[in-house]
Design a protein around this ligand. Structure first.
Ligand code: SF4
Length: 350
């Protein structure tokens, strides 16, 4: 590790070894990891079990760093969207969502996104950098802070915020492993969902990690012509090889793949498209998640009417494919990821 350590991105094992190199006991590493993630301290000064000179030395060699909350929007269903500021002043979004089982958090993995899906608010701002594993992890801490008054902690994590997670592969995997650590957030691997626009080589790589996380693939169209129009990544990674990669993911992990399908009025929501989708997924142990689309003013689409969404679901289900409609949470707080960040940056720009 370098002299100046990015303390939030260090795993517990690495922390223990590093503490030993500094002349302290390995146990100090466990204490620091627990303080950061279980107790959610915001300075070394709050680690009261450490001697003062140790806290001072740590501040010099591994300056304390946390994401700062720039704004919180509250939705009518208990949804909270956090605009978080990074050390370099850039901003990302994190969304806390209530469910019958508790809370989930939707985290960002990059600042901006280069995938260019043309229905998405996040893609309107190009990627400027990847988030570190610590910056992704600290979004879980921010979410837990937001619901602390209810004495709750998040129990599920969706990598569905700003960015393409598999385009920041190493940091995302490290994040998941650190969030799973029983001395920290102690989250089950099965409670993570990685959402991807379909980076085929990385899906194969992920299938070898032995991490039983859920893979959610943004499909949004049942044929290559339409998918290439609304998701440029399809030109590099078309549907047929993408489905082969998904089947390999299922074969290697035993985890059913989820296909995300945002319904756009008059674009991808016809009965014929529903049948095409069912043809595509026949015989594949998977799930289809229909998403009522949140309007983005810069994009020319409209959300499909509720009746159309229900008819689309009925057709897919009748063809024997598991299919649900995602609950609409937070339309009132600009829930399409990236909108809050863009709105704030427009306000800040001259
Ligand atoms: S949908 Fe996801 S992958 Fe596509 S532009 Fe938006 S953030 Fe990027």
């Amino acid at each position: 590790m370098n002299d100046l350590v990015d303390i939030m991105s260090v795993s517990r094992d690495e922390m223990a070894s590093w503490m030993q190199q500094q002349g302290w006991t390995r146990y100090r590493g466990d204490q620091l990891f627990e303080s950061l993630w279980r107790h959610r301290v915001v300075s070394y000064g709050q680690i009261s079990s450490w001697p003062k000179d140790m806290r001072q030395k740590m501040e010099q060699i591994a300056p304390f760093y946390r994401l700062q909350t720039a704004a919180v929007q509250k939705g009518t269903h208990g949804t909270r969207k956090i605009l978080a500021r990074l050390r370099d002043g850039q901003q990302i979004e994190t969304v806390v969502l209530p469910h019958s089982y508790g809370y989930s958090v939707c985290v960002s993995s990059q600042v901006g996104c280069n995938m260019g899906c043309n229905f998405c608010a996040s893609g309107l701002l190009k990627r400027t950098r990847n988030l570190t594993s610590g910056e992704i992890l600290d979004q879980v801490r921010l979410a837990n802070d937001v619901i602390a008054l209810e004495q709750r902690v998040v129990s599920r994590v969706d990598l569905m915020g700003i960015g393409e997670p598999l385009d920041n592969y190493d940091n995302v995997i490290r994040f998941i492993q650190m969030a799973h650590d029983s001395h920290g957030f102690n989250l089950s691997y099965r409670h993570f969902t990685i959402s991807t626009s379909g980076l085929i080589p990385d899906i194969y790589r992920l299938s070898q990690e032995k991490l039983p996380v859920t893979l959610a693939v943004s499909l949004h169209a049942p044929n290559d012509v339409l998918r290439s129009q609304i998701m440029p990544i399809n030109k590099a990674y078309p549907i047929e090889p993408l489905l082969r990669a998904c089947k390999s993911y299922f074969d290697n992990t035993g985890r059913r793949v989820s296909f995300e399908y945002a319904l756009l009025d008059g674009v991808n929501d016809s009965n014929n498209m529903a049948h095409q989708l069912a043809d595509l997924l026949q015989g594949f142990s998977c799930h289809v998640n229909l998403i009522p689309w949140n309007p983005v003013p810069e994009h020319p689409f409209s959300p499909s009417p509720k009746k159309r969404v229900e008819e689309f679901q009925r057709i897919v289900q009748n063809r024997g494919i598991s299919c649900t409609i995602r609950k609409e949470l937070g339309q009132d707080i600009e829930a399409a990821c990236g909108q809050l960040r863009r709105h704030e940056e427009e306000l800040l720009s001259p």
